[in-house]
Each structure stands twice: as structure tokens, then as C-alpha cells.
Design a protein around this ligand. Structure first.
Ligand SMILES: NC(=O)c1ccc[n+]([C@@H]2O[C@H](COP(=O)([O-])OP(=O)(O)OC[C@H]3O[C@@H](n4cnc5c(N)ncnc54)[C@H](OP(=O)(O)O)[C@@H]3O)[C@@H](O)[C@H]2O)c1
Length: 326
């Protein structure tokens, strides 16, 4: 099969369309003819040699796919050849064919294109896991979502609004309209405003119940400061750095805060399958009636994968970058 391969770790130009062995499905897997895949920051890190795939997973980049089932493992019960499916994979999405575990299969609604479906799995599973399973956000609570226009952020806004929370986001100013259109109640330009001061003013100094963060070190003190009593924070990335000197953790104790880090890719298959089924139950009716929409920044032919990586690494995208696999 054709696949996007790497000459060596490094710049986007090191990626090329080459030949690779077509994978064979295990008894509990299906083989999917990939029609579309989508970018994640993990792909850019993997390209640079900074994020090796978990043992046993494909070394090809790509964590999510949408396409047609062309072969079914002999233990697979609930799907057939020809079904249109999308789902999360441990690697191997930038290819003509990829294997998908039965537990991770999500049916593509009839009116949804492959490009749209490919933009769902990673960011909606991550946002759902963080908001519903880890932070346990409840109706009537408030949430601050950093990088609100990121792929994960745009999914998180929709999920938090569906729960009935008040949603605050931080994002570059040019991305605010998109966040507000998804339902965010207020967008903060973190480049010009002090988000801690803004949140405290917006919440009558009560703070927010939940913070979803990707920026890490430079935000940690302010995140602790803006969380309310019994507040929960989920750390999903380290975009701003990992060292935080002079951290004052008094409020961690006084406000009984919970700060949790999480990764999705390294979770075991049974966890990911349970998460997938829970997302399906929660979100599929909302995708079907179009209340939920994955936000797509742009769709590229997969031969233009270098352009897509460059756009993501320039922080230009609002929502997902999708590759059409032909
Ligand atoms: N832990 C997990 O389970 C998990 C799962 C999926 C993704 N992730 C991680 O979550 C992050 C978001 O993923 P994504 O695919 O949604 O990313 P994305 O669509 O590429 O968006 C990332 C956005 O974050 C903002 N940003 C980047 N660097 C920043 C910084 N230093 N300070 C403040 N804002 C910054 C930029 O938006 P602005 O223009 O608004 O600044 C950028 O466009 C990535 O780091 C990814 O690796 C983690």
C-alpha cells in the first residue's frame, strides 16, 4: 500500500509518499480502506523523533481514520465489510489501509463525509475523557478551556455546553469568533489580557470549577488561582514548558483542588474501547442531529501533508487539519 513515510526524523519536508506492507487485522480487528485521516500534535512530535508510537502499534503517523471496512477479523461480531467507520488507532493513519480494534469502531452517520468523520475521534475522545470522566463537570458549573480554538478545545467547548456549563476560553484574538460560535460564553485574548484577572472578574471572584489546560508551566500558578473550592484541573499538554519555579501551592490545600495529568495514546485498549463506547452513547445522537460538529480548519490531499504539518506548527489552525487519502 501507499503510506506517508519519513526519510529521517526532522522537518515536514522529510515526509514522502512511499510503499509499506499492508497490515493484516487480528481476530478482534477490522481492516479499513482509509479515505481520510486527521492531524494531531502527536504526529508533528513523532515526525521530529520526540514521540515514539507505543510498542506494538504501527510506526506510521496518524492516530485517527475514517473509511470503509474491507476485511473483518474472525472474532469481530458487530460490523461487516462495506461499513463506513471512523475511530482511534495507535498509529498508522497516514496510509491507504489501517487496522482498527472492534471496540474502537464508531459508525459514520449516513449524512456525514469521511473528512468530517476523520476529525472526530482523537479530539472528542480526549475532550470527553477530560471533562466527563476526569473532571466530572456538572450542569450549572463553569469551565475554563485554554487553547479554545485547538482541535481538542473546539470539541471541549461543545461538550461543556451540552452538559450545561458556563464556558470561558483563552485563544488568540483572531480565533474568538469561532469559539463564540461554538457556544463559548466569553473568549479571553491571553496575549493581551491577564486571564486570571479576567476570570476572577467574570465570576465575581468565585473562580471556575474546572480548567482544561495544554500550556502547563507558565499557566500553572494562574490556573491554581482561578480554580474555585473543590476545583478540578486536567493537564493535557506541555505546550508552554515544564518547569515552574516559585510555585505557591497554598491554594491547592486550602481550596481542596485536584490537578490531574492525562494522556490518551498510552492508555490500554480496554480503556480506549470503554471510552469510545461512552462517547458514542453521549455524542452520537448529537452528531446525528448536527448539534455537534467537528470544526475543520482545512482539508488537504495527503500528498500535501507537509503543508498541513507546517500550518499546525505555525498555530494557524482553528480546529482540525484533515488529509484526504486517495
Ligand atoms: N493528553 C492527551 O490525551 C492529548 C490528546 C490530544 C491532544 N493533546 C495535546 O493537546 C494539545 C492540543 O491539541 P490539538 O490537536 O487540539 O492542537 P491544535 O489544534 O494544533 O491547537 C493548538 C493551539 O494551542 C495554542 N497554543 C500553542 N502553543 C501555545 C502556548 N505556548 N501558549 C498558549 N497557547 C498555545 C495555539 O492556539 P492560539 O492561537 O489560540 O494560541 C494553537 O493553535 C496538543 O499539545 C496535543 O498534543 C493531548
Amino acid at each position: 500500500m501507499k503510506a506517508i513515510l519519513l526519510k529521517e526524523f526532522g522537518s515536514p519536508e522529510n515526509m514522502y509518499l512511499g510503499d509499506y506492507a499492508t497490515p493484516s487485522p487480528k481476530p478482534n480487528e477490522v481492516l479499513v480502506k482509509v479515505k481520510a485521516t486527521a492531524l494531531n500534535r502527536a504526529d508533528t512530535l513523532q515526525r521530529k523523533g520526540q514521540y515514539p508510537p507505543p510498542p506494538g502499534d504501527s510506526p506510521i503517523m496518524g492516530l485517527e481514520i475514517a473509511g470503509d471496512i474491507v476485511e473483518v477479523g474472525n472474532e469481530v461480531k458487530n460490523c461487516s465489510i462495506g461499513d463506513r467507520v471512523c475511530g482511534l488507532i495507535g498509529g498508522g493513519g497516514y496510509a491507504e489501509y489501517a487496522v482498527l480494534s472492534e471496540g474502537m469502531i464508531l459508525p459514520i452517520p449516513p449524512s456525514m463525509s469521511y473528512e468530517v468523520a476523520a476529525a472526530i475521534p482523537e479530539v472528542f475522545l480526549t475532550a470527553f475523557q477530560s471533562i466527563c470522566w476526569i473532571a466530572n463537570l456538572k450542569k450549572g458549573e463553569s469551565i475554563l478551556i485554554h487553547a479554545g480554538a485547538s482541535g481538542v478545545g473546539t470539541a471541549a467547548i461543545q461538550i461543556a455546553k451540552a452538559i450545561g456549563a458556563t464556558v470561558y476560553v483563552t485563544a488568540s484574538a483572531g480565533k474568538h469568533t469561532a469559539c463564540l460560535a461554538l457556544g463559548a460564553d466569553k473568549a479571553i485574548d491571553y496575549k493581551k489580557e491577564d486571564f486570571e484577572a479576567s476570570i476572577m472578574e467574570l465570576t465575581d471572584r468565585k473562580g471556575v470549577n474546572v480548567v482544561i489546560d495544554f500550556v502547563a508551566a507558565p499557566y500553572l500558578q494562574k490556573n491554581i488561582n482561578v480554580l474555585s473550592l473543590d476545583g478540578r484541573m486536567v493537564l493535557l499538554a506541555l505546550l508552554g514548558g515544564i518547569q515552574t519555579p516559585n510555585l505557591n501551592i497554598m491554594n491547592l490545600l486550602v481550596k481542596r483542588l485536584q490537578i490531574t495529568g492525562s494522556t490518551l495514546r498510552s492508555r490500554d485498549k480496554s480503556y480506549k474501547a470503554a471510552l469510545t463506547q461512552a462517547l458514542k452513547e453521549f455524542a452520537w445522537p448529537l452528531f446525528k442531529n448536527q448539534s455537534f460538529k467537528p470544526v475543520i480548519d482545512s482539508v488537504y490531499d495527503w500528498k500535501e501533508v507537509a503543508k498541513a504539518h507546517t500550518r499546525m506548527e505555525s498555530n494557524l489552525n482553528i480546529g482540525k487539519l484533515v488529509l484526504r487519502v486517495s
